[in-house]
Design a protein around this ligand. Structure first.
Ligand code: LLP
Length: 418
């Protein structure tokens, strides 16, 4: 569910006409609906109320400070994967006790900073990393909490680039190795292994892979408890899928109905790390049609947003609905919607039936909130888009459009060789 709807043939974000935003702020433009993403957060919180989870929104999905701040103000914690994301989390006032930190490649500097700030957990992805965290914590004369990220070897039934819970993926620790680690945990006196973490993939629309993975890790925790290892927390990761076109994903309540019985029976404290579920459908990317170009074989709608603004179609062949901001009677035609970038892979849609569009009009690329702006780049020296947050009738510019100066800020034209 989202709050982008047509009223009198015009697309609105909550109570604001999107066309007005495009004219005022220019395009490409990301437009976010506050009530949509806060609504998603609250839906999940309500569905899982019986286990009172700590919901740590996954910063990588969309890391704009205004979005993080709004979620943190509603009680969200944050799931981070880098020193940069830790910086953002602290900047918006997220209590460190609500921050969990995953990533297979944490550097010494990043680890040290996170220990100093006193985050809730490191989600540890290998034995060498655990030993390193222990070494750094010892140097700092601290004891830090960790959760072992288990790779439960389950098939998440999603795109191969966004599946993470198979043993062929680089993520997490297999059960046997985890058992060995728990056995020697006593020797690592500056880390306390208090949790188990899983994250099996992204855009998962069915409950079974989650149920299978959670059952596996709960059994693992139980068998270790029998050996005297006391695990307090279970972090079930993110991965909940959303509707991009014709998917019929489970709702928060349906997901909860499937996994709550197992979670409740486990008696563990529960953490979740949703990203896409919260922010995915809460934004659109608004783009202007520059040219309509006919070739002997095809028709191209050339727009001013490219793969640098939204890379998901190019990278994953991801489907995003595209609609003109004005909904009127028109015939449909098959087109490729492409950006201005010098790559054939620069497209937003291929062979797509769309209402006949006019040069100069605006289109909305739907469900662009997750992994949209956060994966955008300056490729082709394109300035990254502006971002607008809408709440009811209110509008806030939450990221200025980049300037030409922003593009070259860190570059040094006259290099001096020493
Ligand atoms: N927790 C961990 C450890 C993760 O690696 C991720 C996402 C999440 C939570 C949040 O997953 P979500 O709830 O958003 O599915 N760029 C890709 C998605 C990559 C996901 C990376 N990890 C895309 O555009 O589809």
């Amino acid at each position: 569910m989202h709050e982008f709807k047509f009223k009198s043939n015009q697309l609105y974000c909550e109570n604001v006409k999107v066309q007005d935003l495009a004219e005022r702020y220019g395009t490409p433009l990301y437009v976010y609906s506050y009530n949509t993403f806060i609504g998603h957060f609250l839906k999940l919180k309500r569905a899982f109320a019986p286990v009172k989870p700590l919901i740590c929104y996954s910063v990588k999905a969309n890391s704009n400070l205004a979005i993080l701040k709004a979620l943190v103000e509603h009680g969200s914690g944050l799931d981070i994967v880098s020193g940069g994301e830790l910086f953002r989390a602290l900047k918006v006032g997220c209590p460190p006790s609500r921050i969990v930190y995953a990533s297979v490649g944490k550097t010494d500097k990043e680890i040290e900073e996170a220990i100093r700030k006193g985050i809730l957990f490191f989600n540890v992805e290998s034995l060498p990393e655990l030993e390193n965290i222990n070494r750094i914590a010892r140097k700092l004369k601290k004891k830090t909490n960790v959760a072992l990220r288990i790779n439960p070897d389950v098939e998440a039934k999603t795109h191969k680039y966004i599946t993470t819970g198979k043993l062929t993926n680089k993520f997490g620790i297999d059960f046997d190795t985890a058992t060995d680690i728990l056995r020697i945990a006593g020797e690592l006196s500056n880390v306390a292994i208090k949790g188990i973490h899983i994250h099996i993939g992204s855009q998962i629309t069915i409950g079974e892979p989650f149920v299978e993975a959670i059952k596996k890790v709960v059994a693992f925790i139980k068998s270790n408890k029998a050996r005297g290892v006391d695990i307090e927390y279970l972090n079930i990761g993110g991965g909940l899928g959303i509707i991009y076109s014709h998917e019929v994903p489970q709702t928060a309540a349906e997901f909860a109905a499937k996994v709550l019985p197992i979670l409740k029976a486990s008696g563990l404290k529960i953490i979740m790390e949703p990203g896409r579920f919260i922010i995915g459908s809460a934004a659109i990317l608004v783009t202007k049609v520059l040219y309509v170009k006919k070739t002997p074989l095809k028709k191209f709608v050339i727009v001013d947003a490219g793969m640098n603004d939204l890379i998901r179609p190019s990278l994953y062949e991801a489907h995003h609905e595209i609609v003109p901001l004005i909904d009127e009677q028109r015939s449909n035609e098959k087109v490729d919607v492409v950006g201005p970038i010098c790559e054939s892979g620069d497209f937003l849609a291929k062979e797509r039936m769309l209402p006949k569009v006019r040069e100069g009009e605006y289109l909305a690329v739907m469900c662009a909130g997750a992994y949209g702006f956060s994966m955008s780049s300056n490729y082709n020296s394109r300035r990254r888009a502006a971002e607008i947050l809408v709440k009811g009738r209110k509008i806030a510019l939450i990221r200025k459009r980049e300037t030409a100066q922003d593009l070259i800020r860190n570059e040094i034209a006259k290099s001096k060789f020493k």
